[in-house]
Design a binder for this molecule. Structure first.
Ligand SMILES: [Zn+2]
Ligand SMILES: [Zn+2]
Length: 386
C-alpha cells in the first residue's frame, strides 16, 4: 500500500461502511465479507479472490488507527478518486512533492499545515513514509477449544490470511530464474528531481516506479508487484484457564512488518465447548450431584467426579438442605499464579419414580412418623400475617 493506493482506493466503500464507522463496525463488516469471499470457499473464482484482496487491504488500513488517520488525511487533502499517472503503479514510490521547498518559498504557511503534509507525504523526498520501517497490522482470528483444553491449556494451529511476499518470486517481483537489476535511470535511488519555477518536485523514478530496481520479466503470479495474499498456519500456545469469549493477545504473531518494522500482534478469540458434566464459574468448576433424601437427612459421604484425577469424597452433614453447595478446594481451574480454584458441588435430591415394596412401606412409615409436623405451617402463617 502506498500513498497512491490511499488516493485511488475507497476502503470505506470496499467494506460497505460509512466514513464515521466505529472500529467494531469495521471489524464486523470485514469479518462478514472475508468469510463470504474467502478463497477457501470460492475455489478458482478469481472475482471472489480479487474482492477478498480488496477487502483485506481495506481492513488492514481501516483497522489500524494510525493508518486510518493517514488515509483520511490524504483523501481530505487531495480528494478521493485521485488518479496517479500510469507508469507509477507499483513499488514504494507514491507522490513525494518536495513540500519543504513549497512552503519555504511561500513563507507564511505555518508549520502546522506543513507538518500535516509531512505526515502524509513526508517532505524531503529521500526519507519517504514508504521507506520507513512500518509495524505490521494486528490480526484477528478465532479458535474453538474443548472444555478440558480450555482449562489445561493447549497448542492449536491457527490459520492466518494476509498479504505477504509473493511465494513464487519471494517478493522480488521477477520471474523465476531472473533477478531485478539496478535501475539505470536513477542509479537505484528510486527518485528523480526537477525544478518547476519556484519549487522543486521530487518524484518517483518513472523507469523503476520508485523501487530503484527494474524487473525485465515480471513474475506471472504477482504481475511483478512482489506481494501476494497467502495463508499460513501457526502453532500457538493457548494458556490454561481461558474462558469462552475471551480474547488472547499473542505478541508479534500478526502481519509481518515492512522494511524491518516489527510484526503486529495476533488476537485470538476463544470459544469453549460446553462439558456434559462440569460447568465453569470463573476459576471454579461446578457440578450438580444427585443424592437421596436419606443422605441429606441422615448425612453421608458421597463420591463426586473431579475434572482431573479420581473422584473426591464430599461429607454431607445430617439435615442438609436440598440445593446446598459444597466447596472442594484445589479441584477447579488453575490460575496464572499457580493457585487453583474450587469445585463447587450442588446436591440435588432424586425422587425415585418407582418404589419397590420394602422402600415403599419404609417411606409410608416415615410419613406416619412425621405426620404431626406440617412443613408448610410456618409459610402459611407468614403469608397470613403480611
Ligand atoms: Zn511474484
Ligand atoms: Zn529508477
Amino acid at each position: 500500500m502506498s500513498t497512491k493506493d490511499y488516493l485511488e482506493k475507497d476502503y470505506y466503500k470496499a467494506l460497505g461502511v460509512s466514513k464515521t464507522a466505529k472500529p467494531a463496525e469495521i471489524k464486523t463488516a470485514y469479518r462478514k465479507l472475508a468469510r463470504k469471499y474467502h478463497p477457501d470457499s470460492n475455489q478458482g473464482d478469481t472475482k471472489a479472490e480479487e474482492r477478498f484482496k480488496e477487502i483485506s487491504e481495506a481492513y488492514s488500513v481501516l483497522s489500524d488507527e494510525k493508518r486510518r488517520k493517514e488515509y483520511d488525511e490524504a483523501r481530505t487533502l487531495f480528494g478521493g478518486g485521485f488518479r496517479v499517472p500510469a507508469g507509477n503503479r507499483t513499488g514504494g514510490g507514491g507522490f513525494n512533492f518536495d513540500l519543504g521547498d513549497l512552503f519555504g518559498n511561500t513563507g507564511d504557511a505555518g508549520g502546522g499545515l506543513g507538518d500535516l503534509f509531512g505526515t502524509v507525504f513526508n517532505r524531503g523526498g529521500r526519507t519517504t513514509a514508504q521507506n520507513r520501517p512500518r509495524r505490521g497490522a494486528d490480526v484477528e482470528t478465532e479458535t474453538t477449544l474443548s472444555f478440558s483444553d480450555a482449562i489445561d491449556g493447549t497448542t492449536v494451529g491457527l490459520r492466518l490470511t494476509g498479504e505477504g511476499p509473493c511465494p513464487t518470486c519471494h517478493g522480488t517481483g521477477a520471474k523465476a530464474g531472473t533477478v531485478p537489476r539496478v535501475c539505470p535511470v536513477c542509479s537505484g535511488t528510486g527518485q528523480s528531481s526537477r525544478n518547476l519555477g519556484s519549487f522543486g518536485i521530487s518524484e518517483p523514478c518513472k523507469e523503476c516506479r520508485g523501487r530503484g530496481l527494474v524487473v525485465d520479466d515480471p513474475c506471472p503470479a504477482c504481475s511483478g508487484s512482489g506481494r501476494a495474499m497467502s495463508s499460513r498456519t501457526i502453532q500457538s500456545r493457548i494458556p490454561a484457564g481461558v474462558s469462552d469469549g475471551q480474547r488472547i493477545k499473542i505478541a508479534g504473531k500478526g502481519a509481518p512488518g515492512e522494511r524491518g518494522g516489527p510484526a503486529g500482534d495476533l488476537y485470538v478469540r476463544v470459544h469453549v465447548k460446553p462439558h456434559p458434566v462440569f460447568g465453569r464459574s470463573g476459576d471454579n468448576l461446578t457440578v450438580t450431584v444427585p443424592v437421596t433424601f436419606a443422605e441429606l437427612a441422615l448425612g453421608a459421604e458421597v463420591k463426586v467426579p473431579a475434572h482431573r484425577g479420581a473422584p473426591v469424597t464430599v461429607r454431607i452433614p445430617p439435615g442438609t438442605a436440598n440445593g446446598s453447595k459444597f466447596r472442594v478446594s484445589g479441584k477447579g481451574v488453575r490460575r496464572k499464579d499457580g493457585t487453583t480454584g474450587a469445585l463447587i458441588v450442588t446436591v440435588e435430591v432424586m425422587v425415585p419414580k418407582n418404589l419397590n415394596g420394602k422402600a415403599r412401606s419404609a417411606i409410608e412409615e416415615l410419613r406416619e412418623a412425621t405426620a404431626g409436623a406440617d412443613p408448610r405451617e410456618e409459610l402459611l402463617a407468614r403469608a397470613r400475617g403480611a
